[in-house]
Design a protein around this ligand. Structure first.
Ligand code: XMP
Length: 310
């Protein structure tokens, strides 16, 4: 099926399934949820309620930026502040799957459950793509947005039905559809950013203080590597610490890993060859973040590594 036919078919299908009902969807600003927002909006108009949930795990200035981009397209987005709920759900957790579960549960059950009751929505439009389903089913990783495929019945557990219009597409397909829908380049060209957001960029416990460090490092890496046109680039805060020297004093400081990879669909990936000078500049800036005294560059392809660290 060509991409335009795909768009028409999905719009018709969402209209038919939702009927006169109300649907809700969570926008993160990533290309998947952005495409779902536009498809849903074209299908249902103001019977689609789009929310941006601030989970405390977003990048610098991200919530406001995303709301602004969509308001330019005349799609209203409600910003929901759920920072405290997510931080408290993540408190004390260090196991990757437990952290993912905490984010999923807080998102779908607590925050979303409440929003669904408030809006009267009976359908959730969801940006699940084929790769998410495949990796979860294969047991590689529980992607945050997978429900039915891991035996969760959202209607029974959370009180709403889930529609997944992108479940036959991979990332490259979603980007093509995004262009057809007229989404701006800042969305279509956006590098992938996972649902559990900066929680996947912190090995070990997620705290406000550690989020602040990785948020700062992420801003540096994204700015410095924007021109590489790599598939994805990121900063990761490790759980270990290392000895260093700051202002002539010994410091047991944090370690940030920089990862920059090339990939077509995230199923496999290879590290990007960056110039020594660029790596030096990044390292210098990252180690100027308070408490960070080491910066490493990750040379591992996928497999054996995954792209994210948790
Ligand atoms: P991994 O780490 O599994 O990542 O090699 C593959 C791609 O998926 C993104 N990713 C996620 N995206 N929810 C998402 O929406 C998630 O839970 C999630 N985990 C990983 C990752 O950034 C990469 O592009």
């Amino acid at each position: 099926m060509n991409d335009r036919a795909f768009v028409e078919e999905q719009i018709a299908s969402i209209r038919e399934t939702v009927g006169n009902g109300i649907a809700i969807n969570a926008l993160s600003g990533g290309v998947d949820s952005s495409v779902v927002t536009v498809l849903g909006h074209r299908s249902l108009g103001d019977r689609l309620k789009t929310v941006f949930i601030d989970n405390a795990l977003m990048r610098k200035g991200e919530p406001e930026q995303v709301v602004k981009i969509f308001s330019k397209m005349r799609i209203p987005v409600q910003l929901v502040d759920a920072r405290a709920e997510f931080l408290s759900a993540l408190k004390g957790l260090t196991d990757p799957e437990e952290k993912r579960h905490a984010v999923t549960h807080t998102f779908y059950s607590k925050v979303f459950g409440r929003l669904v009751r408030q809006t009267g929505a009976t359908f959730l439009l969801h940006g699940t793509i084929l790769t998410d389903i495949e990796e979860t089913v294969a047991g590689i990783k529980r992607q945050h947005n997978i429900l039915a495929q891991v035996g969760i019945d959202p209607e029974k557990e959370y009180g709403y039905k889930v529609l997944e219009p992108l479940q036959t597409l991979r990332k490259d397909g979603v980007r093509r559809v995004a262009k057809i829908l007229g989404l701006p380049a800042e969305i279509t060209k956006r590098i992938p950013f996972p649902g559990p957001a900066l929680a996947t960029r912190i090995v070990g416990e997620v705290t406000e203080e550690r989020l602040e460090i990785v948020r700062e490092a992420t801003a540096i890496v994204e700015k410095k590597l924007a021109k590489t046109r790599a598939f994805q680039y990121m900063a990761v805060l490790l759980k270990d610490k290392a000895t260093g020297i700051r202002e002539n004093k010994r410091e047991f400081g944090q370690i940030i890993v920089v990862r920059c990879i090339n990939s077509v669909d995230a199923r496999t990936a290879t590290p990007t060859k960056l110039s020594w000078e660029k790596l030096h500049r990044i390292s210098k800036q990252i180690t100027s973040i308070k408490g960070v005294n080491r910066c490493l560059y990750d040379l591992t392809p996928k497999p054996p590594a995954t792209i994210e660290y948790i």
